[in-house]
Ligand binder design. Sequence first.
Ligand SMILES: Cc1ncc(COP(=O)(O)O)c(C=O)c1O
Length: 362
Amino acid sequence: MPDAILTQPVPRLRVQAMKEYHPPLGSRDSLRLDFNENTLACSPKVREALSRITTGALTRYPEREPVEAIVANYLGLQPAQVALTNGVDEAIHVLFETFLEADDELLLPVPTYTMYEVYATATDACIVPVQAADDLAFPFERLVAAITPRTKIIVIANPNSPSGTVCTRAEILEIARLAPQALVLVDEAYFHFFGETVIDLVGTIPNLIVARTFSKAYGLAGLRLGLLAGPVDLMRWARRVLSPYSVNSLALACLSPALEDASYLDWYVAEVLAARAEFEAVIDAAGLHRWPSRANFVLVDIGPRHAEFTRRMREAGVLVRDRSSDPGCDGRVRITIGTREQMRQAATALRDTLAALNLEAQ
Ligand SMILES: Cc1ncc(COP(=O)(O)O)c(C=O)c1O
């Protein structure tokens, strides 16, 4: 008998150094203005498609290729340029695993979406944060100055979260030109609220990859459906790492109905944009500073009492997201924009909470 082994398996050092990330889910049976989801519902056409799911579809492994061809056609791309993923999160994970070697550099404008850092930390690459100034505008000059021969991936969330600020097409093109050795990932999770895209450049810019999600405007966060669009040669590498079955049959069945119901999507987006304008006026009237947002959320400077503000809003039935621990975001709270009716409820909770905390405009 060998001596008893007293040690446990030890994870990689990089994994040991990772912070645990627990999104504040828990009981969310309130007005959900904390995760930038669609706050209402997906298209009724998607619900119908779900009700038609057969036992056979549940029994068989999911087949993503026919659906990839449909979405590629919808985007005006070739099927080989598009890969469906289990949300953009899987897309990010797969790209980082595919391209990042030890000591490669990943340029990350911050503050930004948390999962880039989570997945990058799990690789052996080096994260180079590029801090935005106080206006949280895209830090173009700083990013360009940070490009080195070791830069392997540059991440641009456009619009960015939690700020809602954007990067211009010209800036993206210039970054891709200045760093031909790097993959430029443009995450267009909030594209529908912004309306500008670089997906039309896929295939013409050799190092550009675009990600899109069905979690936000389409209202399908629970299904976990996203996509990557990029040049065929880069996509071929990414597909080696991507699980062939990570997008499940229910998600695949819902994709076409979601894409086809353009009128539902357009209605929801127009509703959110109208609600955002109304709600921004409420924030301004309350004398709070906010950042100009092109997405379905707005970042607001609440100041030192941000945690109490978030807690009181929750007690008033409105979930909002304290972003204070994001770099350069102390005191800032992100509020998702829903419909006008929902945002009127949020505005009442906001005014009451500010009054209770004595934070109203003088
Ligand atoms: C910029 C950005 N990208 C991606 C995601 C996640 O997308 P998915 O639900 O498709 O994984 C989010 C979610 O908040 C996000 O803010």
